[in-house]
Design a protein around this ligand. Structure first.
Ligand code: FCB
Length: 450
């Protein structure tokens, strides 16, 4: 057995998102979100499932906080539902919505657990979608106003603020592939949305600086995916470089270099209209942040598609690899590759893994136990690679498992279980999986034993 210790003050956490766990979709003054609308539209989600009740966390948050303490998390990452705070997108705030998050943060503070707050994890107020949603530049401004309201009135210590979770997923899955809310299938819109999201992020960072929240930090979370060519042919290498441009550089470059990557601007402009931008946008988007959050689950292996205008190669699934229930390849080395690359090519800022984890077909036993060795192996392997990056001096400050508990996996409904905590969706009882007990040990020894 060897021990792999993490740095002093390393933050061990787990993450969730409002629509995936809260339920109470129309309670206490909450407005409709685009996910309420989308999931209630026939044919959009697995079995027509919705987040109406989800894990019922809105009512059971006290028990969930006990479980967070039982696992020994140092930090809990959750998101705030914008339409719970501003049912009409802006204007008159809903006090009951704010109160819910104040109670949550208060309890976290009392238990010495750091709060990591995501401001936008995909549940846009539907009223703003009716005005064009993220395709409308005004939404960026509304987002910054909503953020500024929280900086002022969520007047309790928050360790980290994350503006937007995964702009790529919002833009592409929501507006090009249409498999997420709001279900739009127009790549031109997706490009404009990507820009407006980044703009909203930058404006929310500016508002944060003005709010002067002492000792607190702000950043953004990107889903980053290492992309590799299937062979070393020039065509596959070019396909991998474009796919990387589309999935990673399209967001990293404007945030850290102040402009969109030239090769992608050229490739996109062959087939699509580039986003409309204004003079100061690039500077606003590149507004300095305190950390970068990275979500990583897998990698993408691609081969050339033969289409010279394609911005993405054809993904290939290596036959002898392990896959999770999402069909995602288990590729632990990818997390090391990402951490070292971001640090080398983009920024020496503190980094956080804000999500990493896996869905497996867990089963609750009669005695209330859930044995999930594949999840433990997955997390262990990814953490081992994370440790290697740390050993090389990469300023990684923390790691969050996705997810604290099984929850509503968007269009997949309740069919994918990612949690450290098992939820019986018949009665919404909670059970710690073996991976939760394993993680508790990792946290208490601040490292792995392999
Ligand atoms: C990420 C999302 C998160 C969850 C995981 C599996 O893309 O941020 O909400 O769905 O994937």
């Amino acid at each position: 057995m060897s021990s792999y210790y993490f740095s002093d003050h390393f933050t061990w956490g787990a993450a969730t998102a409002s629509y995936q766990i809260e339920g109470a979709h129309d309670l206490d003054g909450k407005g409709e979100s685009i996910w309420d609308r989308f999931s209630h539209t026939p044919g959009t989600t697995w079995n027509g499932e919705t987040g109406d009740v989800a894990c019922d966390h809105y009512h059971q948050y006290e028990e969930d906080l006990k479980l967070i303490s039982a696992i020994g998390l140092n930090s809990y990452r959750f998101s705030i539902s914008w339409p719970r705070i501003f049912p009409a997108g802006g204007g008159k705030p809903n006090k009951k919505g704010l109160d819910f998050y104040r109670r949550l943060v208060e309890e976290l503070n009392r238990s010495n657990i750091k709060a990591a707050v995501t401001l936008y994890h995909w549940d846009l107020p539907q009223v703003l979608q009716d005005k064009g949603g993220w395709n409308n530049r005004d939404t960026a401004r509304y987002f910054a106003d909503y953020a500024a309201y929280l900086y002022e009135y969520l007047d309790l210590p928050v360790d980290m603020w994350i503006t937007i979770n995964e702009p790529w997923v919002i833009a592409v899955l929501g507006h090009a592939f249409g498999v997420h809310a709001p279900g739009i299938t127009d790549f031109n819109v997706a490009l404009q949305v990507s820009h407006n999201l980044l703009l909203g992020h930058g404006l929310a960072v500016k508002a944060f600086r003005e709010a002067k929240r002492v000792g607190e930090t702000i950043g953004i979370t990107l889903n980053l995916t290492p992309v590799q060519p299937l062979t070393d042919s020039a065509a596959d290498i070019e396909a991998a470089s474009r796919s990387d441009g589309f999935m990673n550089r399209w967001f990293l470059d404007p945030l850290f270099r102040g402009s969109y990557p030239k090769d992608m601007v050229e490739i996109f402009s062959r087939t699509f209209s580039l986003p409309l931008t204004e003079k100061d946008d690039a500077a606003i988007i590149a507004e300095p942040i305190d950390f970068l959050g990275i979500n990583n689950y897998t990698r993408v292996l691609v081969e050339a598609s033969g289409d010279e205008n394609a911005f993405m190669g054809n993904p290939v699934n290596p036959p002898d690899a392990e896959y999770t229930e999402m069909g995602w390849e288990v590729y632990p080395r990818g997390i090391y590759e990402l951490l070292t690359r971001v640090n080398r090519d983009y920024s020496t800022l503190p980094l956080y893994i804000t999500e990493n984890g896996a869905a497996f077909p867990d089963e609750l036993q009669k005695d209330g136990t859930v044995d999930d060795p594949r999840r433990i192996n997955y997390l262990q392997a990814y953490l081992h690679e994370t440790w290697k990056a740390l050993e090389e001096g990469i300023p990684l400050k923390g790691y969050y498992v996705w997810s604290l508990m099984d929850n509503y996996e968007w269009a997949f409904g309740y069919s994918k279980r990612f949690g450290l905590i098992y939820i019986d969706f018949e009665n919404r009882k909670r059970y710690l999986k073996n991976s939760a007990y394993w993680y508790k040990k990792v946290i208490s020894r601040n490292g792995l034993e392999l």
